[in-house]
Ligand binder design. Structure first.
Ligand code: PMP
Length: 308
């Protein structure tokens, strides 16, 4: 099968898709040491431009992730962003994209406490929807979200991803489409690759960043859109499991997942059990506009790739 794109980037150099390699005895492959970002660029048909969404914020979080897991990698966020834009241009991509920036520790005989040599791979690949538009039936996982006492949930350490993976496998085995994880103390944390919001009695609620969640950039975008564009009251507070069962609306959000509504939790229907609720629908529309550079107040969120 042919590769989805011609080039990837390795430490700033274009390489062929097939040539992106890491040593099998590296610290990354032996011990799961690595950090990454995954996010999107959106093609806007009206102005014929491709917009990378919050690229500098993603690069900043990548650098934060490196600090937390102690990888001595690049720290110049503008330079990293520029490389990724250059990669998209080199591949001449003009459609919706998913982009990845991954920092690994590559050494032929990696030790668990090696902090380098760091190596950076980047990819930008055409990507459509992550979920269908039909809404998600979610299961509250029997796995707890990993806690900050054990692992750093707020950053994108690759080792964290076994946690959500186990929850997702369990959910799928049980006939659900997605999983939500609770903290060790039983509060709602997040899903396997997305943060969670609920609407209850007209208020938009999401857990605070101290509840074992990744500090999601989509979560932040949704919070800003909800307050500035919809004038909604927002509560950032711990959420109990049973609040979800009695929520008027629930949605999950993430760079890949975008804003996706939840139709049931543990088979308890949310809303009418099929359509997105009114607040979720408005936020989906606003998010779709924001990522394409259509909301003037949030023009700083998008970076035009071709500079038209
Ligand atoms: N939680 C986890 C565990 C994730 O992997 C992601 C995806 N990066 C999110 C939440 C959503 O974060 P963001 O909106 O920054 O993509």
């Amino acid at each position: 099968t042919s590769p989805p794109v011609r080039y990837l980037l390795h430490d700033g150099e274009l390489i062929d898709y097939a040539d992106a390699r890491l040593h099998v005895l590296s610290t990354t492959t032996k011990y799961g040491v690595g950090v990454f970002e995954g996010f999107r660029a959106y093609w806007n048909d009206e102005d014929g431009e491709l917009y990378a969404f919050r690229i500098e914020d993603h690069m900043r979080r990548l650098v934060d992730s490196m600090r937390v897991v102690e990888i001595d990698g690049p720290t110049d966020t503008a330079a990293l962003a520029g490389q990724l834009i250059g990669l998209i241009q080199a591949n001449e991509l003009r459609s919706n994209l998913h982009m990845r920036t991954q920092v690994f520790v590559d050494s032929p005989d990696g030790k668990p406490d090696d902090t380098g040599p760091a190596t950076v791979f980047m990819a930008a690949i055409p990507m459509g929807n992550y979920f269908g538009a039909t809404g998600l039936d979610v299961q509250i996982s029997s796995w707890a979200r990993l806690s900050d006492r054990a692992m750093p949930p707020r950053v994108k350490s690759i080792a964290n991803y076994q946690n959500g993976r186990l929850a997702l496998l369990e959910a799928k085995r049980n006939g659900y489409g997605a999983a939500l994880l609770l903290t060790e103390s039983g509060h709602v944390a997040e899903g396997a690759g997305y943060n969670v919001f609920m609407v209850r009695q007209g208020r938009l609620c999401t857990p605070p960043s101290t509840e074992s969640i990744l500090e999601g950039i989509t979560r932040d975008s949704v919070l800003q859109l909800a307050t500035t564009q919809l004038g909604l009251d927002v509560d950032i507070r711990p959420i109990d499991r049973t609040e979800l069962y009695s929520a008027d609306e629930i949605f999950v959000c993430g760079s890949a997942a975008e804003v996706n509504h939840v139709t049931s939790v543990d088979r308890t229907k949310i809303g009418d059990g099929s359509a997105a609720g009114p607040i979720t629908s408005r936020l989906q529309e606003l998010y779709a506009d924001a990522v394409r550079g259509r909301i003037a107040d949030f023009g700083h969120w998008v970076t035009p790739v071709y500079g038209t």
